[in-house]
Design a protein around this ligand. Sequence first.
Ligand SMILES: *Cc1c(COP(=O)(O)O)cnc(C)c1O
Length: 308
Amino acid sequence: MTHLHIETPLFVSRPLTLRSGKEIWLKFESMQPTGSFKLRGIGQVCQSAVRQGAQRIISSSGGNAGIAAAYAGRVLSVPVVVVVPKTTTQRAKRLIQNEGAEVIVHGTSWQEANTLALSMLTETDCFIHPFDDPLLWQGHATMIDEIAVAGIKPEAIVLSVGGGGLLCGVIEGLQRNNWADMPIIAVETEGAASYAASVREGHLVELAAINSIATSLGARQVCRQAYRWSQTYPIKSVVVSDTTAVAACEQFIEDHQVLVEPACGAALATVYDRVPELSSYSSVLIIVCGGATSTLAQLQQWSQDLAK
Ligand SMILES: *Cc1c(COP(=O)(O)O)cnc(C)c1O
């Protein structure tokens, strides 16, 4: 087996193109077997670790990274332990368990779960970092290889930023395909905008707390490499509201019959909400990063609550 992820669909969205007056390409990472792009990088990290003799995979993500780690372990026939905090939803725990992984619930925050996960590590374990790992970025970069092979060259790329792993992976992909001049629009939600805060302050900023429903964007600090890129690569930082992100998820179901998390709705919202940062481009590609942890009922509930 060469890799664990699949090649995802890539096409021009007619509804988004009509709405924006620009050519809008979509790269459907939501179609990965685990529902998000995370499988690209995490698949690569796990595969390489198992090749080098790792006998167990350990993760502390109750989100899409944990699901991808669990999937990778099942396919590679290696046991997986995912330590998650009490706040992790039943749905996320079930998705991880459905892959045959063991879920341990510990602590009230990710920090506590992560501390326990790290304390369990032995020499034959592979620890999965959800966003800060150069090998992970190489795996994420394969989505750009697929776009280049398809012969499609948009004027700009829109993506969401949590800890910045997707951002680093996409830039790596652009560089290795000699597209290192293609601008990136990096989108976060208010309350999870750790990248925007670092760019604004001129140094790596750690947010005191996360206050957004887009939990997959909820890294209090982006990785150092993401911040470094902000100083050398053409990246425009955009922050949208939770309300806008959820509305984009709902409209995307109407337009493409695909349900994504608000973390992904944030990127889609740049088109639905016509943010000025896109105004100078006539052709844009959005990474539909996906996300498996939201349900339709949950989206509708958020939409109601945010309208209050
Ligand atoms: C992980 C994730 C993100 C953010 O990716 P980072 O690499 O942490 O920046 C965005 N959307 C979804 C659905 C995710 O799973």
